[in-house]
Each structure stands twice: as structure tokens, then as C-alpha cells.
Design a protein around this ligand. Structure first.
Ligand code: XIL
Length: 536
């Protein structure tokens, strides 16, 4: 993860400024629907070196769940010994930001204190289990709106998992833990929670049968959590997810998606995998809303702190930038029944920007430019032969390039895009201050665009000594604000010794390039570039 380099300049700054505030957010769309959008959190919001963590959480989510710190092993260091400080601090964060808290988890066979696992006596195990459930549920009474009372008690083949609790107490411990939880906190909704139950399969059938039986016996269970730890090949239609969830709803139970994350699967170019991931996120949320689920929770929110970080499974990337998955969630919250436009071009409407702080501004007509000037390259190809620009139009402040991109054998990078030579009329950019590049870009495909700024010196350009940043964009023309110091790494080309300040103080070229490289064949798309400005 890239930390904000602005701290070098002694400025309090936040990487979340690197993308424009989308209004509405997940949070206010969820509020409007009366559903919880939640994220699992670690106590990172205490960390002053990670300011964006808390900012994004507070902005996007109306509910939090502890990823680890409410688990048995986190709360208890020995029999009868409980320490709630970290979990209480999380609750305090949520209260401060008017967020609900979901409790996770009272009984699970993992992350259990080791002394519990040494218990051999049935009555002792029962007493210890009751003490755990009731101490914790009582402590958070009134603070937690729902509890995962029991986690992962069923195996893939539909049989009971042979946990230390099951082995000593048999099936009856299941009804007991729900009853104890209700006794300790009569207000919290009580959930059974499991994974690989997101479609119809032997495991989900067994869970269904179990909760049906519990309901019939009058055991206090209010809902079932579907973890939805899946990958980008997950297909809700093939899995019959809707039918699956609906049958639980038909038992009069609440349904929540409790730990959603979607691993990037396969070997396709990253941009394509991000689109596939976005589709799965959208489909899961749409399925959830279709059965009137009460919560949709992702297991973390930034790839930086995911338990499965290697596969970038969350809606925000490691720099807290929203990924296509984020926008898919946003779209579904706006309109749960509409298909998500991931490949179809949408109409591009230029967004008016305020020019009050601008230093230099790209417009399509240099003579009308207020403080800077611009020359639009009418054709751009990262490597001759890799791409063919089929058309390039400039209208209403928007450059629109249609191109074909072909992978050339041996090329490490292929691109097609637009370059804008901005001439800042003798002005200099003070890179020591808080300078932001604000640009509007969109692409007909959800993809990753490469933005690079280069100075006028040919030696620097040839040597590749320029700052580069990648932006995940979707079909909408959106404004992104990128603090220039964030271009990484600033000393990109140590051998040639050009700093960012040196580059942007001279005439600069801003290039917007599609970095998607197909394995085979031809890629067609459009990159739309609207207003570009430097602001301070
Ligand atoms: C995971 C956490 O994300 C990890 O940080 C931890 O090391 C292990 O547990 N199902 C659950 C969650 O119910 O509690 C698990 O969380 C992921 C699987």
C-alpha cells in the first residue's frame, strides 16, 4: 500500500482525496433502502499513519463488524478473564460515526483460547461455553444489533463438524448457545453463520434443515448469515443463490450476506478480472436485496487489509481507491433490478468544473484556456504497432478515442490513448505545496487507465523517468483528484535524478493510456478525457 507522501511535506493529507467524492455513497444509498452496508474492520482506525481507513469506513458504511477482536481468543486470556478494551474502542468508533455494530462471533471452533481445547469433561465444556456466550453477549447488550451466535457448525457434505463442542456435547449444544444468547441479550438478532452456503448444495441444504428444526423447536434464531467468500467465477444463477436464500426467508428468517469477498480468479488481464469481480459483487448484492436481506457486509473493504489480500478481493484497492466492484455495488443500490453496465458504453456528459483554484487547465481550445494552454495529440500509441487509433474526436471539452489494441509479441506494455501537451504559460507549479491533478476520465470498459506526466526533456522521457499512476475507471466520465506527490515513486528514475518537482515545473505532457493487454485478439474501446487541471 502506498502511504500518502504528503506527510513528507508536513501536511495532513489523505489518499482518499485521490478520487472524487461520489455522491451518493454506499452508505447513504443503503440508508435510503433501510439496509445495512457493512464492513469487517480491524482496529486500524487508531493508527494515525493510516488516516484513510477510518475516513472511508465512516463515509461508506452504516455498519461495522469486528474481523477478529470480538472472537473468543481475542476477548479471553484465561477462564473467567475477559478484556474488552479493543472491541469497546471499535464500538465507540461506530457510535461516533452513527454506525450499527454486528457481533462476530460467540461460538466458533476457530480462534478459541487454547485452554478451552484441553477440556475433556462434558459439564465443564457446557459451563465454559455458557459463560463465554453470556459474558460477551451481556457486555455488548444494547451495542450490538445482531450476533453470529454460531459459526460454521456444518461440513461440506452436510454432516455436523466434529468440533470440541460437538464432540463432547453432541448436537444439543447448538440450541443451547442460541438460548443462552437470547437470555443474555434479548434485543440482539441471533444468527447462524456459514460459508459455501451461497448456492444450493449439500451444505446449504443441511443448514436449511438444521435451522428449520431449530425454529420448529422454538429455539430463538432470527437469521442466517451467508458468508459469501467466493471468487470472480462465482455465478449466482448456476448456484441458484436466489432460490437458496428465498427458502430461508420462507422459514421466517432474516438473511444477511455477512463476509463477502470475491477473489480475482484466472489469468485474464487484470482489468478483465476486475470487471468479472464487479459483476459477482453486483450479482450477490442484487440477489441479497431481491430476498429483502437486511445486511450486506464485505470482509474488510480495502485490499490493503484483506485476509486474502493476494487476490485483491475487496471493493477498494490498497490505496483506498474504489474499484469496479465498488461502482457495481453503488449501481445495484441505486437500482437493484437493472443490469450492471460493465461493457456497454454510456452517454458521456461533460462535468463542469470550477476553475477558482486552477493553475493550468486543459481545454480543447488553447485560445480559450484561462491560464494554461493545451495541444491535444491527435493520435497516441505507446508502442507503434500495438494499437491503431480509429477515430479521435474532440467535442465539448471531451476527447474521445476509439482504438484497437493488439498485443505485440515481446512487448511488455501496450496502450492506446491520448496525450495532452499542456503549456503552463510560464507559470510554475509549486510541487512543495498541496498540488493536485484533477482529471476527468472514463472508458467504455471498466478498466485501468495509466496516467503519466512527463517533462519536456527528451532524455527524461526516453529513459522513462516520469511519474505514473493507475486509475481504475468505469464507463462514466468521472473526476479523479490525484495529489501529485502520490505519483509513485516520486524518484521514479534515480539514475537520471529527476524529481517530480523538476518534471512538473517544466512543460508537461499528460498521457492517458489504456493499459489493458489482451492475451489474444483485438480490443476495442473508447477512452474519454474531459477537463484536466492542476489545482492548489
Ligand atoms: C478470518 C479473519 O479475516 C482473519 O484475519 C483471521 O486470521 C482468521 O479469521 N469465516 C469467519 C471469519 O467467520 O471469522 C474468518 O475471519 C473468515 C472465515
Amino acid at each position: 500500500m502506498v502511504k500518502s507522501i504528503l506527510t513528507v511535506f508536513g501536511l495532513a493529507a489523505s489518499a482518499v482525496l485521490t478520487w472524487a467524492q461520489t455522491t451518493p455513497t454506499l452508505r447513504n444509498l443503503a440508508d435510503a433502502r433501510g439496509v445495512y452496508m457493512g464492513a469487517a474492520v480491524a482496529p486500524i482506525f487508531y493508527d494515525s499513519t493510516e488516516p484513510d481507513y477510518g475516513i472511508v469506513l465512516a463515509r461508506e458504511y452504516n455498519m461495522l463488524v469486528a474481523e477478529n477482536i470480538m472472537k473468543w481468543s481475542s476477548l479471553s486470556s484465561g477462564r473467567g478473564k475477559f478484556s474488552f478494551a479493543a472491541a469497546d474502542a471499535m464500538v465507540a468508533f461506530a457510535e461516533k460515526h452513527k454506525q450499527a455494530v454486528r457481533g462476530h462471533v460467540l461460538v466458533w471452533h476457530e480462534q478459541v483460547p487454547s485452554w478451552v481445547l484441553t477440556i475433556k469433561d462434558k459439564d465443564e465444556m457446557r459451563a465454559v461455553l455458557k459463560e463465554q456466550v453470556q459474558t460477551v453477549a451481556k457486555h455488548f447488550k444494547g451495542k450490538v444489533f445482531a450476533w453470529d451466535v454460531l459459526n460454521e457448525a456444518i461440513l461440506e457434505d452436510g454432516s455436523f463438524r466434529k468440533t470440541p463442542f460437538y464432540n463432547l456435547l453432541g448436537e444439543s449444544f447448538i440450541a443451547d448457545v442460541f438460548r443462552w444468547a437470547r437470555e443474555a441479550d434479548p434485543t440482539a438478532k441471533l444468527f447462524y453463520n456459514d460459508y459455501n452456503t451461497d448456492g444450493i448444495n449439500p451444505k446449504s441444504i443441511a443448514v436449511y434443515e438444521m435451522v428449520k428444526k431449530l425454529k420448529a423447536q422454538g429455539v430463538p434464531i432470527d437469521g442466517v448469515g451467508f458468508q459469501a467468500h467466493v471468487d470472480s467465477n462465482f455465478n449466482v444463477v448456476q448456484q441458484r443463490s436466489l432460490e437458496n436464500l428465498q427458502r430461508f426467508r420462507n422459514l421466517g428468517l432474516e438473511v444477511q450476506m455477512t463476509e463477502v469477498d470475491v477473489l480475482l480468479a484466472g489469468n485474464a488481464p487484470k482489468a478483465e478480472r476486475l470487471v468479472a469481480q464487479a459483476k459477482v459483487y453486483g450479482d450477490l448484492l442484487r440477489t441479497c436485496l431481491a430476498v429483502k436481506c437486511t445486511a450486506f457486509i464485505t470482509w474488510g473493504f480495502t485490499d490493503a487489509f484483506s485476509w486474502r489480500a493476494a487476490n485483491s478481493p475487496l471493493p477498494f484497492d490498497s490505496d483506498y481507491q474504489p474499484k469496479p466492484a465498488y461502482f457495481a455495488l453503488l449501481e445495484v443500490l441505486k437500482n437493484p433490478t437493472a443490469p450492471i453496465p460493465t461493457t456497454t458504453p454510456v452517454a458521456i456528459t461533460p462535468v463542469a468544473t470550477t476553475a477558482t483554484l486552477e493553475f493550468a487547465r486543459f481545454t480543447t481550445d488553447a485560445s480559450k484556456s484561462v491560464q494554461g494552454g493545451a495541444i491535444v495529440k491527435t493520435e497516441y500509441s505507446e508502442k507503434a504497432g500495438d494499437s491503431k487509433v480509429e477515430s479521435l474526436t474532440v467535442a465539448n471539452g471531451v476527447i474521445n478515442v476509439k482504438y484497437k489494441l493488439t498485443k505485440q509479441a515481446g512487448s511488455s506494455f501496450a496502450g492506446a490513448g491520448v496525450g495532452i501537451n499542456a503549456v503552463p504559460d510560464g507559470k510554475t507549479i509549486n510541487a512543495q505545496g498541496y498540488t493536485v491533478l484533477r482529471l476527468q476520465v472514463g472508458s467504455t470498459q471498466a478498466t485501468s487507465l495509466r496516467i503519466r506526466i512527463s517533462g519536456s526533456e527528451q532524455a527524461v522521457i526516453n529513459a522513462g523517468c516520469y511519474p505514473v499512476v493507475f486509475l481504475d475507471v468505469n464507463p462514466e466520465l468521472k473526476t479523479y483528484s490525484i495529489p501529485l506527490e502520490k505519483f509513485a515513486p516520486p524518484s521514479y528514475c534515480a539514475a537520471n535524478g529527476r524529481t517530480l518537482a523538476q518534471i512538473i515545473n517544466s512543460v508537461f505532457i499528460i498521457e492517458v493510456v489504456d493499459e489493458g493487454i489482451p492475451n489474444t485478439g483485438v480490443r476495442q474501446g473508447e477512452i474519454n478525457v474531459g477537463t484536466i487541471e492542476f489545482v492548489r
